[in-house]
Structures are given as C-alpha cells and as structure tokens.
Design a protein around this ligand. Structure first.
Ligand SMILES: NCCCNCCCCCC(O)(O)C(F)(F)F
Ligand SMILES: [Zn+2]
Length: 341
C-alpha cells in the first residue's frame, strides 16, 4: 500500500467556520491529517511518499476552468477589496437568479459557493492543489500496475462540483483521480463514496457521463448536509443514465444496514465494468463522529476495507471526512488493513 501525503496540507488552516450561527474553529483542521498519518504508519503502512508536482490539466477536464481560476485568485481579490476577515460567501446564486459571474468578489464567491461553512484563507488554494496532487499520484501508482494506494488528501474534495466549492472542499480529488485513470488507459472506473455526507460534487462531475460510475452511501439529505442532492431517484442523465447510485440512510444506521448498501454498490460497480475503484474515504460514519449520525464501529472499518477489496479491483482511497475523535486514525488504518487482508 503506497501512502501519498503532502506537508502542504498545513497551508489550509482557516480560523473560522460558520456553524450554528457562530464562527467556530473549523472541524476540518490540520491535526486530522497528522493523526491519520501517525496511525497508518503505526499500523505498518510506512511506504509514505510526497506527491508529484502535477498541474491542472486533469482537473480542467472535470472542473470549469473559470472556477479553477477563481480558486487561484479569490484570496488576493478578497484582500484587495479591503476585507480583513476570512473569505466567506454570504449571498448566493439561488433559484431563478442570473448565472452571470459578478465582477465584485463578494458576488463571485457567492456564485461559486454551495455552502457558507467553508472560509477561504491565504494558503487554501495551495493546499487544495497539493491535495489534488496526492490523488493524481495515487492514481498513477495504480496506473503503474499496483493494487492499492491511499492518498491522504487534505482539504477533502467530494463536495466540490464542476464549478462549486463548499463543505470544506475546493478541488474534487477523487474525481480528478478518476479522470487520471481514464486518461492513462482505463475505459470505465467507479468512484465509491463511503463518507457520511453525500458526494454531491462527485455526482455533479460525472452525472452526464457514462465512463464513471458514481455511488454514494450517506446520511439522507432530508436530514444531513449537503441537503440538496443525494436522493435515491438521482440515477444519472444522458450518457450517464444508470451510472449514478445513491444510498441515503437514516440516523443511527448500523453496520448491517450500511454494509448491505455497500454490497449492492459493489455489485453494480462490477456490473458496470469498472476497471478500478476510487474510494472517497470519509470515516465520519463512525459512531462517535461529532457532526454525523451513523453507528459504525472501528472494527466495521476493517470489514469495509475487506468488502471493497473482495471486488477484486485496484483501489485508490482518497481521504475525505472524519472529525474530532482520536479514532479517526485507527478507523482509516483499519480500512487499509481490510483492503490488504
Ligand atoms: N458545521 C458543521 C455541520 C456540517 N456542515 C458541513 C459538513 C461538511 C462535511 C465535509 C465532509 O466530511 O463530507 C468532507 F468529506 F468533505 F470533508
Ligand atoms: Zn463527511
């Protein structure tokens, strides 16, 4: 198992997150990656490398290039406007509004935001690029004929849509990795999202494409972020019809229910003809995660890895969510153990 990690994740160190009507210390903080890195090394996954310095060529195939340009410049534009706080969207291009991008930076950030929980700060973009590079480097490890890789991505990516950031995400790491696998010869790949939250960004990227199967197991959006996508009747459109599958589940969902959804998703991924699986690996399905409501135990994460491995395909796991409790490291390490079992 090759692990790809970049110290540059530390450049993403926002001071604020809008949560419950207050600006709090972000849940998605640098310690997460440090705890996870220590735990996977402790578990014996010590083949840790820095990412290759990939550019935006692959990302531009799944994200709107104008959106990527926005990410690269938003902080400088925010500061140039004279603002002293962190860049937070507070006015959004909602239903029945113009989709023109305002010249004003407050308008522009609202055009590209799908949530107000994600403050943009100095270094956020550079960290997002490093995170994307981890995912691409992991995809290339598979492209070189290896079976497993773990990209310790931070910031996460699965809420980043074609031209949308939010939910702590800026560039869709697992989506870029899927594209990289296709660019290097795969005809069909799958993105399997096991994070507690629906992979709305990943669904957006591939909803109209027939070469990437997207499956997500998550808290029912009627009750959980991202709220506005992730229902079971969203099955893809056009060339992507039938290539998207959502498994929304209710508060308190335990392993036996959750794993039956995983079994169905893996069956469909195999039937689709995927040649590799990119796993959007969040461990916020853990029973003690502070912002989620499933009931998986640490041992369930080992079972999760084993089930995914049994599909018999190459697997790249890209780190997504998982918060606040020391077990996030153990739970990630258990998935990797399960994969290699
Ligand atoms: N303010 C706390 C309430 C939840 N609001 C935002 C939730 C974002 C979840 C992010 C994630 O865990 O899905 C990712 F994997 F992307 F990191
Ligand atoms: Zn999550």
């Amino acid at each position: 198992m090759r692990v790809i990690y970049s110290e540059d994740h530390k450049l993403r160190d926002a001071r604020t997150e809008l949560h419950a009507g207050q600006l709090v210390t972000p849940f998605e903080a640098p310690f997460r990656a440090e705890w996870i890195l220590a735990a996977v090394k402790e578990a014996g996954f010590a083949d840790v490398v820095a990412p290759d310095a990939h550019g935006l060529e692959t990302a531009r195939k799944v994200h709107d290039p104008a959106y990527l340009d926005f990410l690269a410049t938003v902080w400088d534009r925010w500061v140039a406007a004279g603002f002293t706080g962190e860049a937070i969207a507070n006015s959004f291009a909602v239903r029945r509004t113009s989709q023109r991008v305002p010249d004003n930076i407050v308008g522009a950030i609202g055009h590209y935001a799908n949530a107000a929980d994600t403050s943009i700060t100095k270094g956020s973009y550079e960290a997002a690029i490093a995170s994307m590079r981890c995912a691409i480097t992991g995809a290339d490890w598979l492209n070189a004929g290896n079976r497993f890789a773990f990209a310790l991505c931070r910031p996460p990516g699965h809420h980043a849509g074609i031209d949308l950031f939010g939910g702590y995400c800026f560039i869709n790491n697992s989506g870029v990795a899927a594209q990289r696998l296709l660019d290097r010869g795969a005809r069909k790949v799958a993105v399997l999202d096991v994070d507690f939250h629906h992979g709305n960004g990943t669904q957006d990227l591939f909803y109209r494409r027939g070469d990437v199967f997207t499956a997500s197991l998550h808290g029912d959006p009627m009750h959980a972020f991202p709220y506005f996508l992730g229902h079971a009747d969203e099955e893809g459109e056009g060339e992507g019809a039938g290539a998207n599958r959502n498994y929304p589940m209710l508060p308190g969902t335990p392993w036996d229910i959750w794993s039956s959804a995983l079994a169905d998703a893996l069956t469909r991924i195999k039937a689709f003809g995927a040649e590799a699986i990119v796993v959007a690996l969040g461990v916020d399905t853990f029973e003690r995660d502070p912002i989620s409501f499933f009931s998986l135990t640490s041992d369930d994460f080992t079972r999760m890895g084993a089930m995914i491995s049994a599909a018999g395909l190459p697997v790249l796991a890209c780190m997504e969510g998982g918060y606040g409790v020391p077990e996030i490291g153990l739970n990630v390490a258990n998935v990797l153990k399960g994969l290699e079992a």
